[in-house]
Write a protein that binds this ligand. Structure first.
Ligand code: C2E
Length: 539
């Protein structure tokens, strides 16, 4: 749980504080996607390599088994010869030995030794003209053996000489036909070394194999840093250990598994591309207001700005409109940037509640000077949040600990949102003592009968009418009509968006009671608003 929370916090801080995501979503997506693609490609290659190494180790076991079979067969033959047969070079004895040799797979020829351990007779040649002593023998588990030994045998007409392995035990030597083993070496090994510690030597090497002896204690898989190849080794232990080594190069892996590798390469490229697209989309999404608003819309991020509302006739500040902003790192974001996402994500109530609570707590604690009595606080609410019972409870609880409770709360609903469903709620709120104002009046098509039923305390002329006053457009000519409607329903008029002294003067002359706009002051933080208030009302 703890780790999950830490991970979530870390993720959020990365998402919200990393400008990189916002500025380069594609770069982030591609970096992550292609890195993953590369990891998949490397992992695929390592899997194929691992598979190939296992395959080679299995093949080497076959070689080892055939070596074992050769040793067992030869050992059995030598035991039988020493136990049952004499080393006499008589035709009868040689014929018996020959028939025994036929029942053994690897023996080609048997040699007989004299009392001085010299080869003096063989089953293939018979009695030798000169006895032979073999040199450089190795000690093996089945006897002493001589590698690549020149041996004579009779092929019908002449005595041929060939090189073969000879194993000697007791009074006999067996010349081995190691062709089956050699075939195995050719297929599966690059290098074979045999012999005990000091006698060890290379007995086989392929065209790729090295001349170096493979020590008997070589690990099953090693890496040759000078060639960049992997060496797979299997050793048959014993007095004369046999080590079979095979080289696994990248070319070798490619040769054996190129279709699998090509398939995996395509898969990793596809994975990389899909992940890159996915992460790019995700980065864009986490930077979109729809996603960020859920993190931003917390009471701690809500910032209230206050725009003074003045009595046009006297220039006195009589109230303010509270305008909510959201703190996003070191910058503020404004309603036109977040309101669509806010409503889409169902956070409008959370936002309105946070703004109104913060503003009421701040203003009820502040010193408002001569404006203290009956100071008007205009709060904007989304129509769906104008539910009397809930709203009344919330506003009262916000004012519960207030220093002075004589603030007049004005609830603003835009004309655009003015609908039959909210009329009864507004009437009840008005009966509770809240002021009701219809904001942006003139921009919607509100039913005048409905307006009359609510009898709002204020009609706020939308700023678009005020902006065009000096140009005398048709729109601005509607201002007297709006004022007439206000009079008819018993409302006072507030003009929004006053930017020049001429606009303020004209509106005052038309009978508009209150005004707000950049001409007087922009929406501002509480401290600035309070100093503006005291300065304006000082005179
Ligand atoms: N050009 C110009 N503009 C002026 C002038 N005087 C004031 N304004 C801007 O006009 C908007 C007046 O607020 P509104 O009509 O209630 O329109 C508000 C209101 O409908 C909504 N809003 C703002 N705060 C809240 C809130 O806390 N809750 C809800 N539900 N809506 C809010 O967002 C709208 C836009 O708010 P803002 O961006 O703060 O924009 C404010 C204000 O900064 C001026 O002389 N010239």
């Amino acid at each position: 749980m703890y780790i999950r929370n830490r991970a979530r916090n870390w993720y959020k801080s990365v998402v919200f504080n990393t400008g990189l995501l916002a500025r380069h979503p594609r770069l982030v997506g591609r970096t992550c996607g292609y890195t993953l693609g590369l990891i998949v490609a490397v992992a695929s290659y390592l899997t194929v390599l691992d598979f190939r190494i296992e395959q080679i180790a299995d093949d080497q076991q076959l070689v080892i088994k055939s070596m074992q079979s050769l040793q067992n067969d030869t050992s059995e033959l030598l035991t039988e010869l020493n136990k049952t047969y004499s080393s006499e070079c008589s035709p009868d004895n040689l014929s018996k030995i020959r028939s025994l040799t036929f029942s053994h797979q690897y023996a080609r020829n048997v040699g007989l030794l004299d009392s001085q351990h010299r080869l003096y007779c063989s089953t293939s040649v018979g009695l030798l003209a000169t006895p032979i002593t073999l040199h450089n023998g190795l000690d093996g588990s089945i006897g002493r053996y001589f590698l690549q030994t020149p041996v004579q045998f009779f092929n019908g007409t002449v005595h041929n000489v060939l090189r073969a392995t000879v194993v000697e035990r007791g009074r006999f030597q067996v010349m081995l036909s190691d062709t089956p083993v050699k075939d195995m070496f050719d297929r599966y090994a690059d290098s074979v070394s045999v012999g005990g510690a000091h006698q060890r030597r290379v007995v086989y090497k392929s065209k790729h194999g090295s001349d170096q002896v493979v020590p008997a204690d070589t690990a099953p898989v090693t890496f040759n840093w000078s060639t960049g190849n992997i060496l797979v080794t299997t050793t048959l232990p014993g007095i004369s250990p046999i080590s079979v080594q095979t080289i696994v190069s990248a070319a070798n892996v490619w040769e054996n598994s190129h279709w699998v590798l090509l398939g995996m390469l395509c898969l990793s490229m596809l994975t990389g591309q899909l992940v890159a697209n996915g992460i790019t989309r995700k980065c864009r999404h986490v930077q979109s207001m729809d996603f960020r608003i859920q993190h931003l819309c917390q009471p701690a991020n809500v910032v209230c700005h206050y725009q003074p509302m003045l009595e046009l006739a006297t220039g006195r500040v009589v109230g303010c409109e509270v305008l909510g902003r959201l703190q996003d790192g070191d910058k503020l974001i404004y309603p036109d940037q977040f309101i669509p996402a806010l409503t889409k994500q169902g956070l409008s109530c959370k936002f309105d509640t946070a703004v109104s609570r913060q503003a009421l707590l701040a203003l009820s604690d502040a010193s408002l000077g001569s404006a203290q009595n009956g100071f008007t606080v205009a709060l904007n609410f989304f129509p769906q949040n104008l539910k009397r019972d809930k709203l009344h409870a919330h506003l009262q609880s916000s004012l519960q600990h207030a220093k002075h409770r004589d603030l007049h709360i004005e609830l603003e609903v835009t004309e655009y949102d003015f609908s039959p469903e909210i009329v009864p709620e507004l009437s009840k709120l008005k009966a509770d003592g809240y002021f009701i104002s219809i904001d942006d009046f003139g921009t919607g098509y509100s039913n005048l009968a409905m307006v009359k039923r609510v009898a709002p305390d204020y009609l706020k002329i939308d700023k678009s009418f005020v902006f065009e006053m000096e140009d005398l457009t048709i729109r601005s000519s509607l201002i007297p009509e709006i004022i007439a409607i206000a009079r008819a329903v018993g409302s006072k008029v507030i003009a929004e968006g006053i930017e020049t002294a001429a606009q303020a003067e004209q509106l005052r002359a038309l009978g508009v009671e209150y005004g707000q706009g950049y001409y007087f002051a922009r929406p501002m933080p509480l401290a600035d608003f309070l100093s503006f208030l005291h300065k304006s009302n000082a005179g």
